[in-house]
Design a protein around this ligand. Sequence first.
Ligand SMILES: Cc1cc2nc3c(=O)[nH]c(=O)nc-3n(C[C@H](O)[C@H](O)[C@H](O)COP(=O)(O)OP(=O)(O)OC[C@H]3O[C@@H](n4cnc5c(N)ncnc54)[C@H](O)[C@@H]3O)c2cc1C
Length: 291
Amino acid sequence: MNWQRNLKISNNQPLKDKTTMRIGGAAQFFCQPQDLKELRMFISWAEKGSIPVFVLGAGSNLLINDKGVKGLVLKLSSAFFTAIELKGNSIEAGSGVKVSRLIKFSLDKSLTGLEFLSGIPGTLGGAVMMNAGCWGKDIAEIVSQVKVMDLKGRIKTLKDKDISFGYRKSGLEKYIILKARIRLKKSTRGFIECNIKDHLLKRRNSQDLTFRSAGCIFKNPKLESAGKLIELCGLKGKRIGGAFISPRHANFILNSGNANSKDVLKLISLMKKRVRNKFRLFLEPEIKIWG
Ligand SMILES: Cc1cc2nc3c(=O)[nH]c(=O)nc-3n(C[C@H](O)[C@H](O)[C@H](O)COP(=O)(O)OP(=O)(O)OC[C@H]3O[C@@H](n4cnc5c(N)ncnc54)[C@H](O)[C@@H]3O)c2cc1C
């Protein structure tokens, strides 16, 4: 069919630079749909060829295999998927909008509630999918509805009560997140600015931002800190190839510049093994591993 010939799909698109870890091979197929019509065409093309579909946000919670990803990687970064609208005291934004831009927008509108996410380098879509959070709060607390598309191209609006948010999960894995509406409250610019500064400072004091990473590798087991457990196994600073465990925050794996996915995966296995042997606790990865 004609529309299939017109689809702009690149082959072997390198993904490394589209992740915060700067690791990984190429996408077999890659596309950046301009709008919903194009998005539907891409997923229909993939479905016809039984090609798996992956949605890439800012790649800040991802480890991509050096061998690359077999399938179609979608990036929702066009103007359509990055629009922000004010709806009373709520903000409705496309899933491709960076969390940092959303926070800036809420500051400009004197709306409070998003500041706790300051410093998270992801998109709104990634934050909703992962139920991103910190300092005892997560995005589920302020999401009022999410617009999604399933892999048949059907669009649905899910209310917060219909979404099974949990610790770093949303239950939305079978969907492409298109938009989300965030419930905020009126405040003053000064108050919001102060909150943002505080949260950024807390982050700088507790996380390791000196080298490229994907944030925390593991979820915290109940009542425990994964970072503390890894630290108690004596693994801070442990290096494999170009990857090493942060000497500051043991739940961060850092890329010294030339790390590959194998180095990171070996460190992940080592961390899991040591914690299991010493504490009889199973560490579940928070990051998504592709390929
Ligand atoms: C320095 C640093 C600090 C961090 N601190 C925190 C923190 O404090 N708290 C926290 O929770 N996380 C933290 N993270 C992890 C990460 O930033 C968040 O999980 C973020 O929300 C991921 O968003 P992303 O757009 O980068 O998603 P990606 O990494 O691109 O994707 C993550 C998952 O979401 C899916 N996804 C992304 N967009 C969509 C969409 N539109 N539709 C469907 N699926 C989608 C992907 O397919 C993938 O499964 C940190 C990361 C770094 C590098």
